[in-house]
Write a protein that binds this ligand. Sequence first.
Ligand code: ADP
Length: 230
Amino acid sequence: ATEALRKAEERAVAGRLALEVMHEVKNPLEALGHLTYLALQEADYPEKVRKYLLQAEEQMENLSHIARQTLGFSQQMEKPRPVDLVAVAEAAIRIHQRVIEEKRIHLVKDLREGAIAQVFTGEMLQVVSNLIVNALDALPAEGILRLRVRKRKNEVDFVIADNGHGIPAQHKEALFQPFFTTKTDKGTGLGLALSKRIIERHNGRIRVRSSIRPGKSGTAFKISLPLRWR
Ligand code: ADP
């Protein structure tokens, strides 16, 4: 499982890169789509040119599809295996170590071993990584990021909490919907939607608590998964 986790970690780094690239690619791709559409409205050019434009439009569809797929680090071939969520937490921390240090974030690790769940390691790492990215985005310099892993009676819990700016009540409905984002520059609005889908596929739940009260603001996402009995 350690080897699987290490591979998943590598893919996670690649996944983040893909996300950044995808964001750079999205706008010009959209512009191309609009331009082709507009060009196709013009009637007075040879049939041949029309055909080429239609083909270009088709290829852009393909590109969009690939971009959407690249968003996941999941690979089809992976099998679910028993993994201690503490190991997932440690791997996720390593991925974001640089930003954590640069922002001088106070990382509080409250990780108790034995929280074993049956998971697709790559997918679970992606979820935790997404939640950490969101927390880091919400946190000011020297903010607090808290990770907690616990084994319960029939479940395992993973909490990612920050004392960042929090989420206004009117956004809570939309949070898990694809493309909802408040990040004007770099948001895709896909992180939470994707995370929720992955957790539900693992028969788990993901819940959020948040406050925007000045001085007491912050957000906690809690993932619960069925405990895997050895
Ligand atoms: P993105 O990060 O690309 O915006 P997400 O689906 O991951 O997409 O998040 C959607 C939105 O939820 C964010 O734009 C932000 O407004 C809000 N959000 C998520 N996590 C947090 C958090 N920890 N603190 C404050 N707001 C958050």
